[in-house]
Design a protein around this ligand. Sequence first.
Ligand SMILES: Nc1nc2c(c(=O)[nH]1)N(C=O)[C@@H](CNc1ccc(C(=O)N[C@@H](CCC(=O)O)C(=O)O)cc1)CN2
Ligand SMILES: Nc1nc2c(ncn2[C@@H]2O[C@H](COP(=O)(O)OP(=O)(O)OP(=O)(O)O)[C@@H](O)[C@H]2O)c(=O)[nH]1
Ligand SMILES: [Mg+2]
Length: 458
Amino acid sequence: MEMDTISAISTPMGEGAIGIVRISGDDAIQLADNLFKGKRPLAEAETHTINYGHIKDPDTGDIVEEVMVSVLKAPRTYTKENMVEINCHGGLTSVNRVLQLVLNEGARLAEPGEFTKRAFLNGRIDLSQAEGVIDLIRAKTDRAMNVAMNQVEGKLSQRIQKLRQALLETVAHVEVNIDYPEYDAEEMTLEILQEKGSFVKKEIDRLLQTAQQGKILREGLSTVIIGRPNVGKSSLLNSLVQENKAIVTDIPGTTRDVIEEYVNVRGVPLRLLDTAGIRETEDVVERLGVERSRKVINSAELVLLVLNNNEPLTEADEELFKLSEGHDVITIVNKTDLEEKINLNRVRKLAGNRPVVATSLLKDEGVDELEEAIRELFFEGDLETGDMSYVSNSRHIALLNQAKKTIDDALGAMEAGMPVDMVQIDITKAWELLGEVIGDSVSESLIDQLFSQFCLGK
Ligand SMILES: Nc1nc2c(c(=O)[nH]1)N(C=O)[C@@H](CNc1ccc(C(=O)N[C@@H](CCC(=O)O)C(=O)O)cc1)CN2
Ligand SMILES: Nc1nc2c(ncn2[C@@H]2O[C@H](COP(=O)(O)OP(=O)(O)OP(=O)(O)O)[C@@H](O)[C@H]2O)c(=O)[nH]1
Ligand SMILES: [Mg+2]
């Protein structure tokens, strides 16, 4: 594969202790040597060593920077190509100046994610592993990070490969049956088809069962706090943020840039709308009416419905319950430090089998119980302590669903007594769909689109 030498700044843009200019490609080491002055040329350094020296401007001979330079020789590197990492003093000017010199020597400025893209194109990692790298960078909680790390290490890839292998074996059997019909092995072929098909389907189901949690871990759980004015919604938000340290991030969405606030509640990342958004939804019943509340509730995956212990239930409260039917709702009866005027039996009845938690946010009571209720809602059973190979990526989930459907079709066709070569078409299709998860036979534009989501220099 024809690959030029690329370079980029791999550390965040801003003032820092150290800034790294990364170079990858055939000419990386030679190119860096044109700028480097140290004990010996980088070409003579052992691979995976870091070397002290200076960067000089080849035109003027001026010393530009004092540096440490890592030399990483192909093929055992991040990209499988020759790589150099120049560790500069971390000022914007310094790192930019060194990058400029590297580009002057003939390197091309890397596109976002291009180093990782090369790791993929050069076969060190597959597509789902590369996607794991993005998730790793974006992970908001330890748990999300564990899931991403597992994917980077190829745990999901291995499971997918195992399933593809099983499908391949069935296809091979069918082929024998088609090529040598005189063996009259049809009966046996059908049996194998049935067995392997059901096995793969079951495994896909198991993977898909992790998808809901996986997706929440990766993207956060969109959460809205609703309730009549003055019940304590803002106090609830504040207390969740205080206890759990809000992580403020700006993730560029595809259509708009939104500031999202993440609150990590016992491993469940809650994606709260930005403060403006939350303020807007606060006294939604009174101010904006039922239609608006319905929209807000429908847009969220978790509804925190706040009531006032010190007031009788109102029609508006009942309406909020009605609107949130069919959603994940935790009811919070707040202000338990004040006299109980609410009809708790009625509240429990309205909540049905969904959790009700009593709090006094003023006295900081009941928040633990609320957090526990949130955790239980999303980590019921014991998925969390499993091997952490969750499916978390919408692209993967869609492909797995399609593959499962295709296998269903195959099993159905078989039961209907269709000829085996018809069944084979479906099995092959399922094999291809699973292949797309790990980047087998995916289009160039999809690859470009995936890697463009990376940071510059990754
Ligand atoms: N300075 C620096 N820090 C970094 C990275 C980097 O590229 N540079 N990484 C990148 O973002 C991450 C580490 N990831 C890496 C993954 C694979 C290889 C690598 O060289 N793999 C070789 C095996 C090398 C060996 O066993 O000695 C290989 O798989 O062949 C390097 C880094 C995090 N920290
Ligand atoms: N006694 C008591 N007061 C509380 C409690 N929680 C909140 N409050 C008070 O209730 C008032 C309203 O609290 P907020 O958190 O602003 O309520 P809100 O639902 O956001 O109100 P709006 O934004 O006006 O809809 C404030 O004066 C709080 O201090 C509680 O548990 N007990
Ligand atoms: Mg408020």
